[in-house]
Design a protein around this ligand. Sequence first.
Ligand code: ZN
Length: 309
Amino acid sequence: MRLEGIHHVTCITADAPRNVDFYARVLGLRLVKKTVNQDDPTVYHLFYADEEGSAGADITFFEYPGARPGRAGAGMVHRVTWRVGSEQALDFWADRLGGEGVEATGDDARLRFRDPEGLELELAVVETDDRPLVAEHPEIPEELRLQGFDGVRAYSLAPDASRQFLEAGLGFTAVAPPEEWESRGDERGGSYGYDPAPAERGIGGAGTVHHVAWSSRMEEHEAWRDRVARAGGNPTPVIDRFYFRSIYFREPSGVLFEIATLGPGFTADEPFETLGEGLSLPPNYERLREQLKDVLTPLPNPRESWTRR
Ligand code: ZN
């Protein structure tokens, strides 16, 4: 039984319109689902991914309008890395981000920058046989597009405490450099690493990662819950998130993990062609649709302008 790398990474934004502009227009991801936080339906949960809304390419945001800016500290993910296909892609992205006033630094293999709320992002040229997960975008040639996640890095005060849990509990494999592991299944892999935590305490808030989810095959999800429990992870019961089923737990360094199923996926309640265009509500919140329309920040369809070009 192997997890299939990263399923999604969930972060916090204080400003949904600016978030849509950055991730959909600038980075060229597809807004594949516009829904609400299932634990607090008065705020958005936005999902950006490749064209198909695949696990492995899915960065998501809870919107808390006006949330204070956060800061990554011990027990928090501090960097999200996507794959790109070549050094030329890094050059393209350095130019494109520069044109948007986003400062990017790097070398021949990596480019680092921050989103408008300070979340650290990275593009990396990675040798892999994993299928590139790309979204259509009229300004970004296909071979230069983001290709899905490569991994995330967290801050830890005690990476040794997590080693046993990650390796024996979750089946991650240690890779070089030290303090980095890979989760790899039959289809995909993703990495998880630690850096020494800064002295200042972390603050959850805008521009920080809330949790990282790992992919489970549908039929193995219950078994993963048992395995996490046996490893001392104290998982939640299985929660039906409608687009996937989830369990949550903290790994020993304090980072909130989720294990989510590889289905049913985002076409469960709207057609592929118009994914993310309307407000999707889980069935138990459908009765709140009219009220929520007045509460949620209006958002543009990021692809609307494409047809006007
Ligand atoms: Zn999640």
